[in-house]
Design a protein around this ligand. Structure first.
Ligand code: FMN
Length: 165
């Protein structure tokens, strides 16, 4: 599968099969994140990979009661100290989301979460911040592609005033 195929096939998955991810597959995904670029190559981020069922269930109320957080095989919690490192985490998690498609797995970004509750449950130190999370697991649904804006709504050519044609 080429990168363009994963980009096209990726969907937000909110229903998961009850199946754990083999260690090798999980490590392939984490390797995709490890190789991601970061500001000054500082790699100033961490991801807590939560596979323990009881812990995932505890995280449901910390994630806007989105039940599929408890049903996914792994819940990925993106942590860093500085706000600008949120970009690095997003790139790393995006690598995971695209590699996941190749491995028959699905993901969903989770932005609706309570950072303080999440930190407390996972024992994340005070000086660090949870920036974004992601569910990961074997899809139990095949959602259709959601609509995207047209090129000329998103891009400008050379100057702000010149729409992409
Ligand atoms: C930063 C970010 C946060 C998101 N947070 C949530 C969330 O908390 N819950 C959820 O169900 N989907 C969440 N989504 C998924 C979006 O709703 C989804 O990507 C969008 O509707 C497009 O659908 P698609 O991913 O299937 O193409 C989030 C996506 C992003 C990029």
């Amino acid at each position: 599968m080429e990168v363009k195929d994963s980009i096209r096939a990726r969907r937000s998955i909110r229903k998961y099969r009850s199946k754990s991810i083999p260690r090798e597959a999980l490590e392939e995904l984490l390797e995709a994140a490890r190789l991601a670029p970061s500001s000054s190559n500082l790699q100033a981020w961490n991801i807590v990979v939560v596979t323990d069922k009881a812990t995932k269930n505890t995280l449901v109320p910390a994630s806007g009661n989105q039940g599929f957080v408890g049903e996914c095989s792994a819940y990925l919690v993106g942590v860093a100290e500085a706000d600008y490192n949120a970009i690095d985490i997003a790139i790393a998690l995006d690598h995971i989301s695209l590699r996941a498609v190749e491995l028959g797995l699905g993901t969903c970004w989770i932005g609706d979460f309570d950072p303080q509750m999440t930190k407390k449950i996972l024992g994340i130190p005070d000086n660090l911040k949870v920036h974004i999370c992601m569910t990961l697991g074997y899809p139990a649904q095949s959602p259709p592609a959601r609509k995207r804006k047209q090129m000329d709504e998103l891009f400008f050519r050379d100057k702000w005033s010149a729409k992409w044609k």
